[in-house]
Design a binder for this molecule. Structure first.
Ligand SMILES: NC(=O)C1=CN([C@@H]2O[C@H](COP(=O)(O)OP(=O)(O)OC[C@H]3O[C@@H](n4cnc5c(N)ncnc54)[C@H](OP(=O)(O)O)[C@@H]3O)[C@@H](O)[C@H]2O)C=CC1
Ligand SMILES: O=C(O)C1=N[C@H](C(=O)O)C[C@H](O)C1
Length: 271
């Protein structure tokens, strides 16, 4: 079968990078045509399949022109500054991007939006179908439980994660706030310490756990008087994120520009 999606991976030696390469090599409608990593990475010069025990003939490079020479799509799960750097190059060269990186600043988000006028981008803090379905469940729960329920978003991740709260937890907060007609920035309590005083009604609290190899757990607690509702998603593998990213690439095949998210990819915005 002729490969229809020529894809390059940024952060090729990272946790998600390796999972993405494995997923592309196993797919029948995508091909790996480039692999990027930072210049200091010990993976530079290695075959992109080396850690999987596979030969791909794609060499990991820090040179964007070399790594993206044959790419129509770039999947990027790296760090905000790297992602923006890649997005500038992608916009200039008409390469479509699938971005999973979390922890972007407001300024970086604004720049991404501007760059998406020149190329098509899917940007989402969580690419799994399950988490995106959970966003819809939260929207409904937040509308029904609008009064008398204190809302807390609790997330747990592995010890190597560098940003907190997770991008997914913040997106959950945004979904809930929007469903309740609030601006998350005004209602979020991102952490607590010391003599905090009583809980302020209507706020949306966040709690962060880091440890071991936890892939990613998110729970939203709606705590009322005499009852509690919990909506939980747990990831047992990074495979669902990688498969979501590939689904996003298929979606972008038909788009020339614009900023999309996984709700667009999965057609959940219409529900
Ligand atoms: N949207 C989603 O579904 C998901 C999003 N994520 C997000 O993806 C990102 C990556 O996660 P994960 O794979 O666990 O992280 P890793 O640290 O394992 O991988 C990051 C990769 O990016 C490289 N890198 C670091 N800094 C830069 C830079 N400035 N420019 C280019 N490349 C860089 C790293 O190189 P080196 O190792 O040499 O430093 C590494 O190869 C995080 O923001 C995470 O939150 C994660 C899972 C799912
Ligand atoms: O860093 C991770 O691992 C993950 N990051 C994303 C986030 O910040 O929400 C998605 C997932 O939870 C795994």
């Amino acid at each position: 079968m002729t490969a229809t999606l020529p894809i390059a991976i940024a952060g090729a030696s990272g946790r998600m990078g390796k999972m993405l390469i494995e997923t592309i090599l196993a797919s029948d409608d995508a091909s790996l045509v480039g692999a990027l990593d930072i210049a200091q990475s010990p993976a530079i010069g290695q075959d992109a399949g080396a850690t999987l025990g596979k030969k791909t003939d794609v060499v990991i490079t820090a040179d964007l022109a070399q790594g993206l020479a044959n790419a129509k799509f770039l999947i990027d799960f790296t760090r905000p500054e790297g992602t923006l750097n890649h997005a500038r190059y992608a916009a200039e060269h008409g390469i479509k991007m699938i971005i999973g990186t979390t922890g972007l600043s407001e300024e970086q988000l604004a720049e991404l939006k501007e760059l998406s006028t020149r190329t098509a981008i899917v940007f989402a803090p969580n690419m799994s179908v399950g988490v995106n379905a959970t966003f819809k469940l939260l929207e409904l729960a937040a509308k029904i439980l609008n009064q008398g329920y204190d809302i807390e978003v609790i997330e747990a991740h592995h010890k190597h994660k560098v940003d907190a709260p997770s991008g997914t937890a913040l997106k959950m907060g945004e979904v809930i706030a929007q469903a309740q007609g609030k601006n998350l920035k005004e209602w979020a309590v991102l952490s607590r310490e010391g003599h905090t005083g009583e809980r302020q009604e209507g706020t949306i609290g966040f709690a962060t756990i880091r440890g071991g190899d936890i892939v990613g757990d998110h729970t939203v607690l709606f705590a009322g008087d005499g009852e509690r509702i919990e909506i939980t998603h747990k990831s047992a593998s990074r495979m669902s994120y990688a498969q979501g990213a590939l689904r996003a690439a298929r979606f972008l095949n038909d788009q020339s520009n614009g900023l999309f998210d996984m709700q667009d990819v999965l057609g959940l915005n219409q529900l």
